[in-house]
Structures are given as structure tokens and as C-alpha cells.
Design a protein around this ligand. Structure first.
Ligand SMILES: [Zn+2]
Length: 219
């Protein structure tokens, strides 16, 4: 059972399709991995249906209904989807770990080495090419350079665990941080950790070297 979940406001924004594509992808990945949040999303959808029922009927422009359905489909990205027709080559994962279906349709770069036992992969979203979404894969005990944020940072742990002084996050857990959080995430000693991360704005690293590396990575 996971212990860290998105708050209700974030789930509501996801249900309403109001999140940027990167955050929405990370949310969808959490919801895919978390039965509790899936149940909450179903309740929010039902609530949305009740609210729609109570709205006074008005005459709609031609095609409005089909456009609405398309938007609902787009917002319902947490629902299980058929596999993408063309599955591009993907970087390797630890034995037993499957790619979340939420990442179907994204192109995922090979692992790039960014330090000893630290790798990074860029996730390209077809609907928003400039989204800052990436995977981080770090070995046991490895630490990310200290940084703060210039906007929302959402993280879903796909494998292993990390901690940063606030708490520890394990596979399936979700984290949200912003410019008020200054942290230095460290992978726990038990094994490597893989996280999916979406950023609203660039990270602000403390050190010059980390800043240069972050700029090169486009994060
Ligand atoms: Zn959850």
C-alpha cells in the first residue's frame, strides 16, 4: 500500500483536464499504480456527471457534443488504454518492472550517464514537445544535487525508494514539490531507484556544475 498520494485538488485538476501535459502524465502513472486514487478518480467523474445533469440545457453549437467527448477522452488518460500501435525502442528496466501504460505513445530516450551510477532519460510527449519530463535512475545511496524549483515538480516512484529529509518515498508513491522545497533526494541503501518526473520550470541547483549539467539536460 502506498503512503504518498496526490492531494484532492491535484486529482480534481486531473479529472477536469486542467493540468499541463507533463504533470498529467505523472498523475496518470500514479493513478495507474494506485487503486485508492483510481477509486477517487471514479468518484470525481461521477460527481462531474451529476453536475452536468444539473446544468440547464442550452442550444449547442454544431459538433460541440463530439468535441466534449474528445476532451473527456483526453482527460481520462488514467483509464487503461490499448497499447500504442508503434512501440519505439525503450531503455532497459530492472527485471520484473514493466513500463506503465500511461507512457504508451511517449518516446523515451536511451539512458544517458550523468554521474557514477546515475542515469537519465528524456520522455517526449507527442502533445507537448517542450514538456520537461524525464526518468531518473540512480543506484543505492546515490544523491541528486541539492536544488529548489521554479514551479511544480511532480514525481512518481516506479522502482526502489528515495528519501530527502521530509520523508521516504517507495515504488508507487507520488511526490509534489515547489519553490518552497529545497531538497537533496537520496536513493535508499536497499537498491536502485527509478522515478518519473515532470517539471513546470527549470530546477535551480545550488552548485555550478549541477547547474551546467541541468542546463544540458534541459531540466
Ligand atoms: Zn494514490
Amino acid at each position: 500500500m502506498n503512503t504518498h498520494h496526490p492531494d484532492q485538488l491535484l486529482l480534481l485538476s486531473q479529472a477536469a483536464g486542467r493540468l499541463d501535459a507533463g504533470a498529467s502524465l505523472v498523475l496518470a502513472t500514479h493513478i495507474e499504480m494506485c487503486p485508492g486514487c483510481r477509486a477517487q478518480m471514479r468518484e470525481l467523474e461521477a460527481l462531474g456527471g451529476v453536475l452536468l445533469d444539473q446544468i440547464e440545457p442550452v442550444e449547442l453549437a454544431a459538433g460541440a457534443f463530439s468535441r466534449t467527448l474528445e476532451r473527456i477522452d483526453a482527460a481520462a488518460s488514467f483509464a487503461p488504454r490499448p497499447p500504442a500501435r508503434v512501440k519505439a525502442t525503450r531503455p532497459d528496466l530492472p527485471a520484473g518492472l514493466q513500463w506503465p501504460h500511461s507512457l504508451d505513445g511517449c518516446s523515451i530516450s536511451p539512458w544517458h550517464r550523468i554521474g557514477p551510477d546515475m542515469r537519465w532519460s528524456r520522455v517526449d510527449l507527442p502533445q507537448q514537445r517542450d514538456a520537461r519530463v524525464f526518468l531518473l535512475r540512480m543506484g543505492a545511496g546515490r544523491m541528486l544535487a541539492a536544488h529548489t524549483h521554479s514551479g511544480r515538480e511532480v514525481t512518481q516512484v516506479l522502482y526502489g525508494a528515495f528519501e530527502d529529509g521530509r520523508a521516504a518515498w517507495h515504488a508507487g508513491d507520488f511526490d509534489e514539490a515547489d519553490e518552497t522545497i529545497h531538497h537533496r533526494p537520496q536513493v535508499t541503501a536497499d537498491g536502485e531507484c527509478i522515478c518519473l518526473v515532470a517539471l513546470q520550470g527549470p530546477l535551480r541547483f545550488d552548485g555550478l556544475l549541477a547547474r551546467a549539467l541541468g542546463a544540458w539536460m534541459g531540466i
